[in-house]
Design a protein around this ligand. Structure first.
Ligand code: PLP
Length: 413
């Protein structure tokens, strides 16, 4: 049976061509990058090439890329690591702001710190389509806010958050820099929502972290990235690189307290011998992201997603949770609203037909918990338990989507 893989937000499996070029490269770099000999130098060069590719794809400096084990670690460093670092500078209780739809990599660590009374925490709500309001976010800033962490795009429903606008706003408030008079006027109006004691100095100290695990490589940087962003989390396996590799973009001058000590790797920001296969794999994908061909494939994927969405929209028994606008080019999410039909059963049915999808984020699927993202949209627990996510990759075809649609329609009959 030919499998139809529609779970790329969980992991996008590496293509055969990727694996072939990866193996070729790995044959030439089997050493330890810290070793002071030819074999070590080869490995070190391979890391440098990958770092350059990733920095180019992100349009940042090479020194601002820290290779880590994945999105979860990058998210932890850009949030908990930053809060821990601040503890060494001040004793005041720190305030953090996040949204109600974040991935557990952010959500659970901040809730843990909040429960253990280490930080104050504000969750900014989203509207019924999954978008935060910029004015609410700005009004939530306090003089002791040291961390704002918002995802660029949601892994379950694909909603793209205004991380670019908020970053640009911070940049303007911190340094008075705006790209145009129009932006300046908009930021001055947004600033009216700030509490009076939230000054430029407060905003300069604040760290703005963005979870870009689903956004990077799926939507162009100018839709989500900004000079006001201090760090962001990236993950290789969402884009066709190996699992177990990610990166933190950390803006020059920003600091966190490392979790792993014991070596000078990654400029002492992440000790331990580098994951060479993962880093080289991520570098190869980053080089592809820099090419026109990558973005042409992305547009084709988006058209296919829109075709899928339009064919499901309005079917009796289906309530769409994802939107077409301002959304990832690969993610479709809906809840089953037909008595006695359960998302889990449809998932099993699809699996038997060779279609791989998911009931929510990979971390919560299997646990049959209602999705916190669907609940945050204001939908019922039933909707949140009966949500299904389909996430496409560059390699999906119209024939695969037609087949999936016909399986879903049959199930609904
Ligand atoms: N953030 C988001 C939005 C994600 O979707 C994921 C994974 O699903 C992560 C973070 C964690 O990334 P990783 O699986 O690389 O640890």
């Amino acid at each position: 049976m030919n499998l139809i893989y529609l779970d790329s937000n969980a992991t996008c499996p590496p293509s055969g061509t990727h694996l072939e070029s990866l193996f070729k490269k790995l044959r030439a770099c089997s050493g330890n990058p810290s070793s002071p000999h030819a074999i070590g130098r080869e490995a070190s060069v391979a890391v440098t090439i990958a770092r350059r590719a990733l920095a180019k794809a992100m349009e940042v400096d090479v020194a601002e890329i820290v290779f880590v084990s994945g999105g979860t670690e990058a998210d932890n460093l850009g949030t908990v690591g930053v809060l821990n670092y601040n503890l060494t500078l001040q004793n005041d209780i720190q305030h953090a702001i996040t949204s109600t739809v974040e991935h557990p990599a952010i959500r659970e660590s901040l809730v843990y710190l909040n429960k253990s009374k280490e930080i104050e925490l504000t969750h900014v709500q989203v509207d019924s389509k999954g978008f935060i309001s910029l004015t609410t976010l700005i009004a939530s800033l306090q003089p002791n806010t040291t961390l704002v962490t918002i995802m660029a795009a949601n892994n379950e429903i694909g909603s793209i958050q205004p991380t670019k606008k908020f970053g640009d706003f911070l940049h303007f408030m911190r340094w008075g820099i705006a790209r145009s008079d129009h932006d300046k006027l908009e930021f001055e109006n947004l600033a009216l929502h700030l509490q009076p004691n939230v000054t430029a100095e407060v905003l300069k100290k604040l760290h703005f972290h963005v979870d870009a695990v689903q956004a990077f490589g799926k939507i162009k940087n100018d839709l989500w990235f900004s000079a006001g962003i201090d760090s962001c989390a990236l993950s290789g396996h969402k884009l066709g690189a190996l699992q177990g590799i990610g990166a933190l973009f950390l803006r020059r001058g920003r600091k966190y307290k490392p979790f792993i000590l014991g070596g000078a790797q990654e400029k002492s920001r992440r000790a331990g011998t580098e994951n060479i296969p993962g880093i080289v794999s991520f570098g190869l994908i980053a080089a592809e992201i820099c090419s026109e061909v990558w973005w042409q494939k992305n547009s084709a994927m988006e058209q296919l997603k829109n075709y899928f969405y339009k064919n499901l929209y309005g079917l009796p028994g289906i309530e769409m949770n994802s939107s077409l606008e301002n959304s990832l080019p690969n993610t479709v999410n809906f809840s089953l609203r037909k008595k006695k039909l359960k998302a889990e059963d449809l998932l099993v049915e699809l699996d038997m037909q060779g279609v791989c999808a998911s009931t929510g984020s990979a971390c919560s699927s299997g646990a049959n918990l209602p999705s916190h993202v669907i609940l945050a949209l204001g939908k019922s627990t039933e909707d949140a338990k009966n949500a299904l996510r389909f996430s496409l990759s560059h390699s999906n075809t119209y024939a695969e989507i037609d087949q999936t649609i016909s399986f879903i329609k049959k199930y609904l009959m």
